[in-house]
Design a protein around this ligand. Sequence first.
Ligand code: GN1
Ligand code: MG
Length: 368
Amino acid sequence: MNPETTASHFNAPGQVVTVLNIDSGNVNDTYRVIKRTTYSENQFILQRISQAVFPRPDLVMSNVKAITDYAHDKLEAQSGNSKRIWQLPRVIQTRDGSDYHLDADGNYWRALSMIASATSHEKVLNPEHAHEAGYVLGHFQSIIADFPADQLADTLPGFHITPQYLKQFDKVIEKDEAQQRLVASSEARRIAEFVEDRRIFASKLEDAVESGELHHRPIHGDPKISNIMIDDITGRGTAIVDLDTVKPGLIQYDFGDCVRSVCNPAGEEARDLNEVYIDTDLFQALVKGYLKQADKFLTDADRKYLYHSIRLIAFELGLRFFTDYLAGDVYFKTSYGSQNLNRARVQMKLCESIEVRELILRRVLDGE
Ligand code: GN1
Ligand code: MG
């Protein structure tokens, strides 16, 4: 079913004028729908949920509905004494009251209200932008901190559990197709070696969970730069979007993911590895923004693992991209043949830069 036909199933006034493809995100297909009535215009976000990634889109939607309803109540309660107007997309139901539309081909579609007059960026603009990203993440984590975790279905088992990604990698690399790809590319062989050298490190955070040092709590799961909306009028962060991965986890997964995404000025799709590094000015700004919100809930143990989380999440995402390249691009969407290999190279280069700059990064985290 095409997006235009699908758009009319959702409960929004007016006639569809156009449906624009938004070419962002590595998992779901995203569109902007413009509808008009005789007196006004109405826009919303329409998405087809990837079933290669989420086998139960219905459960994804019940999670998103529960989290957004909860967070909206909190944001409304805070709105009187907050200088900033925080926003969060709302689920727009179908005309028959469902949170998603299932089309004749078995595709799951959902509609979300649009955060208008705000922009998300694929790459960081400046330290002020990095500061806002940290601030928005810290604020969102504080908003959902007390959300009852037992109300959330686990729609992505193993998400951010690095040792499990390593197990998956070990399985995939044995296959003929993966071996052929390795033989064909010295870049791929270099990454395989990079992974081998960091095998023990992969369980750093999960070991701390096992020993009781770190604890799960609700997290965003995917706080990358393009999921953070910056208000066009004030230049301040106003919302974090893409709530598909909200579930119990470690705040370190979020912090590491935000840093690896925001503090690499070249972005995830860079082709020239010389441009990929962790920018310590951006890092300082992000940490400052994050701590303004997170200082009140971070424990000493949480702080101890912040540096490791940055290194680990860059490594983990590199490993995920690389495994997908070896498996034949079954998870992340691609627009050219070696894109997942290239994405893996970028994250591994970033991981190396994080290792080289460890002392400076730790000093920033320690407030020195
Ligand atoms: C995927 O779909 P998108 O672009 O929001 C992925 C994240 C990765 C990210 C890297 C469910 O996110 O984990 O960090 O790509 N989402 C899922 O760009 O796997
Ligand atoms: Mg996402």
